[in-house]
Structure formats: structure tokens, C-alpha cells
Design a protein around this ligand. Structure first.
Ligand code: UD1
Length: 449
């Protein structure tokens, strides 16, 4: 059946104590809203509508980075979840099927749960969960397995408050029924809000069917506070680590490895402790990421080894069997097969040909203070330790730069470039120099007494 999504994201999240609306705070490198949108997108909805309010422009921009086609509607005043859905109704004009209503501040919802919601055979299907401590959640009032109504905590009787089946907030509703009921909602309740939850009782009064699909409490976690943001991050990481292990990834200390929302790691890759993945990282199989690496926007091919203490920044592309060692930073650079960059190096805006060796302390001087320039190094070249490559510059295949050279001109294939002061050696001068310095020091100490 055709589906459409409405994602409610108008709230500010006062308890975050932040200038940023709550849906723009990040979990695993992506805004909370993006997680809800990505989960919803797996249902391949015909339309995705995001309801915005606080910091509308910023929320819209974030939504468009996930889906350029998303329909963004405004809710000028936050008068309740029912009022928020009402703002989305014009954008549903002409749509027939199921409308899934999600919350933009609920980042942990699973695709399987959304599929179950969308697939249930009822006019309204509500997501419920058994709460260990039901607190202020709405309660699902059922009778004989049928959902009769949802009562908000503020409006609930003592007996209703004892119900532990809680409203997760998400629901799937037949589009025509939603369009029929939402405009008739009233705000005559304890909070003075237009509650979306009221539509269940209204639908039942018309003889329509309502049911509950349940999920784990953790999936419904809403991010309203910094503590909940940290809790969402921890849950995301626990899930991502378990998934990586199921996919055949070895982690020596999984609790110290942090993934981004889109990290992809291949089978039989080994990740040592204390590794952080920022967004946009793909690692093929049988690679090794040693301890204390920070990786972001990069690709690591099969059999490559990285670290310990390496930093790969956006645009770092490592081909098969590349070795990147300790204290190496790579940005916007392609390293072809078998390149070795063992120690203390910065490679930025560069292309390094296959099987080239980059000596310790090599730096591509890519920035002149105004513009960035490229360094091109051919195949099987040997860049001596502590070479400064002042870009733009090209080093040919099989060329060699002498240690300590400052390379400012292109080096042809197979040539040796040496660019450093000639050494002078003075026999005995070191001993004489030290004796002289010691005499000066003794004289000064005597004068000071
Ligand atoms: C809602 C449910 C409650 C459920 C709980 C689960 C209603 C009336 N109550 O309460 O039964 O147990 O979720 O977390 O639906 N929003 C808007 N515009 C508004 C109001 C809200 O966009 O005018 C958005 C919020 O930004 C948030 C979501 O809707 O993303 C939920 O709103 P919130 O006010 O937090 O609902 P709860 O009080 O948690």
C-alpha cells in the first residue's frame, strides 16, 4: 500500500537549554531529525512531509540535506501534535494510502518497527511499549485486544495511570480518515493542546478499527534533554557495534569504538581500541585500523593498515595494501596501491602513485595563505625523510628526493632532487666550543655570589 510520512519537528526543546532546536542536535554525526527521516525513507514513501516551527530555516536546510524533495510545512505556533498534523494535511491532498506520523526527535526508531506499523491491518495503528516506569506518557486503553482510546497522563484517572502500555507517539493512519478527523480536534483538555491522540477514540466512535504494534521502550526515546541526547548516542553506538560484529568485524574493545550514522566496514576488518569514525567513512574487508585513529569522509581499501594515531580527513582515498602509520594526517589525497606513509607526515591535495614510499616528516605545503595547490607524485618514487613539497609541484615516476629537501620545482622521472645546504665539518670544534661555554658559565656564577 502507498505510504506517506509526516515528521513532526516544530518543537524547540526548551530543556536542552540550547540555541539549536532539539532536532538539530547530533547523534552519531547526524541531526536527530535525519535519523528519523532516514528510518522513514526505507519505507520508500510517496511523500515525506516535515513540520517545522522553531528555527524553521535551519531545520528545513537539515531536512533537505537528507532528501532534497522533502515537503516542508510551517507550524507557526506549537499548539499540539494534532495541530502540527493539521498543517501537513494540504500537502497530502490527492494521496490515498497510509500516513505514518513520526516524531523528529525520536532517532532510534527501527525500520522493522515502521514496517510493522505501516503493514498492520487497521485504520489506525499506534506504536505502544511497555514502560518500566510509565512516567508522563500517554496510556493506551485497550479492550479485548482492540485499541479504544489514548489518554494523556494529565487527563488520566488513577486507574488509567496504572496502565503500563504507553503511547510511543508514532502512528499509521488511513489518509482519508486522518483528513476527516484532524480538522475536528478540540483543545478542550488539561494541557489546552490539540492532541493527535484523540483521533483514536473519534475513529472508534465511527466504527473504524484501531490496533497497537509494540516495540522496545528504547526505540521510542525522545531527545528532550542533554542526558537523553547522550543516552541516544549510547544506544546508537551499542547497536552499531553489534551490527558490525554480526557483519564480521573484529573490535578488540568495542565499547571504545564510535561509529557515525553511515559508517560501512567490511568483513574481517580489525579495529583496535579507541577509534572514532566521523561521517562518510567506508572501509573494505581485511583492513586494519590500529588504536587511536580519527577517520572522516574517507575510503580505506582492502588490506590497508591505518594508525596507530592517524587522522584521515575528507577526501582521503587509500587503495589496496596502503600503509599509513603513526602521526600521519591525510586530506583530499589519493594514495594508490601499496603506498607507504609510515610516520609524521601531512599529505593534503595530493595524488601518490603506486608503491611510492613517503619518508618520515614529509609535508605537502599545499596552502600559500590564500589558495590550495596540488602535489602529484608518480609511481615507485622515494620521498626522503623531511621533504617539504611546496605545491604546486610534480614528482615523476621512480624519482628520489633527498632527505631534508625543500622541493619547489618539478622533478622529472627517475631524477634525484637535492635541495639543502652543503654540510661543513670542523674537527675538534665541538669540544672547544663546550669548554668555552663552561668557562663563561663558571665566570657568571662567580660574579653573582
Ligand atoms: C506525545 C503523546 C504521548 C506519548 C508521547 C511519547 C500526544 C498528544 N501525546 O506526548 O501520548 O506518550 O508523545 O513521547 O501526541 N510537536 C510539534 N508541534 C506541536 C507539538 C509537538 O511539531 O505543536 C512535535 C514535537 O517537536 C515532538 C513531537 O511532536 O517532536 C512530540 O511532541 P511532544 O510535545 O514532545 O509530545 P509528548 O508530550 O511527548
Amino acid at each position: 500500500m502507498a505510504t506517506a510520512l509526516i515528521i513532526l519537528a516544530a518543537g524547540q526543546g526548551t530543556r536542552m537549554n540550547s540555541d539549536l532546536p532539539k532536532v538539530l542536535h547530533k547523534v552519531a554525526g547526524a541531526p536527530v531529525l535525519a535519523h528519523a527521516m532516514r528510518a522513514g525513507a526505507t519505507l520508500e514513501p510517496d511523500r515525506m512531509i516535515v513540520v517545522t516551527g522553531h528555527e524553521r530555516a535551519a531545520v528545513e536546510a537539515a531536512a533537505r540535506t537528507v532528501d532534497e524533495e522533502v515537503i516542508v510545512v510551517a507550524q507557526e505556533e506549537q499548539l499540539g501534535t494534532g495541530h502540527a498534523v493539521a498543517q501537513a494535511l494540504p500537502a497530502l491532498e490527492g494521496f490515498a494510502g497510509k500516513v505514518l506520523i513520526l516524531f523528529g526527535d525520536t532517532p532510534l526508531i527501527r525500520t522493522e518497527t515502521l514496517e510493522a506499523l505501516a503493514g498492520a491491518e487497521a485504520d489506525i495503528t499506534v506504536l505502544g511499549f511497555r514502560a518500566a516506569n510509565p512516567r508522563r506518557y500517554g496510556r493506551l486503553i485497550t479492550s479485548g485486544g482492540v485499541l479504544e482510546r489514548i489518554v494523556e497522563f494529565k487527563d488520566a484517572s488513577e486507574a488509567e495511570r496504572d496502565v503500563t502500555l504507553c503511547n510511543g507517539g508514532l502512528m499509521a493512519v488511513d489518509a482519508a480518515l486522518l483528513a476527516d478527523l484532524v480538522p475536528t480536534l478540540s483543545n478542550d483538555n488539561a494541557a489546552g493542546e490539540y492532541y493527535l491522540t484523540e483521533i483514536v477514540a473519534m475513529a472508534r466512535a465511527k466504527g473504524r478499527t484501531a490496533t497497537v504494534v509494540t516495540c522496545d521502550e528504547g526505540e521510542t526515546l525522545g531527545v528532550d534533554t542533554r542526558a537523553q541526547l547522550a543516552q541516544a548516542e549510547a544506544s546508537f553506538q551499542a547497536r552499531a557495534r553489534a551490527e558490525a560484529q554480526e557483519n564480521g568485524v573484529t573490535m578488540t574493545a568495542p565499547e571504545t569504538v564510535f561509529f557515525a550514522y553511515d559508517t560501512v566496514i567490511g568483513r574481517d576488518t580489525v579495529i583496535a581500541p579507541n577509534v572514532v569514525f566521523g561521517p562518510g567513512v567506508t572501509v573494505e574487508s581485511e583492513a586494519e585500523i590500529r588504536a587511536f585513529c580519527h577517520l572522516e569522509g574517507c575510503h580505506i581499501s582492502r588490506g590497508a593498515t591505518v594508525g596507530p594515531f592517524a587522522r584521515l580527513r575528507p577526501g582521503a582515498e587509500l587503495a589496496e595494501d596502503v600503509h599509513v602509520g603513526n602521526f600521519v594526517e591525510i586530506k583530499n589525497a589519493i594514495l594508490d596501491e601499496g603506498v607507504k606513509v609510515g610516520h609524521l607526515t601531512y599529505l593534503g591535495d595530493a595524488h601518490i602513485g603506486e608503491h611510492t614510499n613517503i619518508g618520515a616528516g614529509t609535508i605537502t605545503c599545499n596552502y600559500d595563505g590564500v589558495m590550495k595547490h596540488r602535489t602529484e607524485i608518480g609511481k615507485r618514487a622515494f620521498i626522503g625523510s623531511d621533504t617539504m613539497l611546496v605545491a604546486p609541484v610534480k614528482i615523476g615516476d621512480g624519482a628520489l628526493t633527498a632527505s631534508g629537501s625543500v622541493i619547489t620545482q618539478d622533478v622529472p622521472a627517475e631524477a634525484l632532487a637535492i635541495s639543502r645546504a652543503r654540510q661543513e665539518t670542523k674537527p675538534g670544534l665541538a669540544t672547544r666550543l663546550f669548554e668555552n661555554l663552561k668557562r663563561i658559565k663558571a665566570k657568571r656564577q662567580k660574579e653573582a655570589q
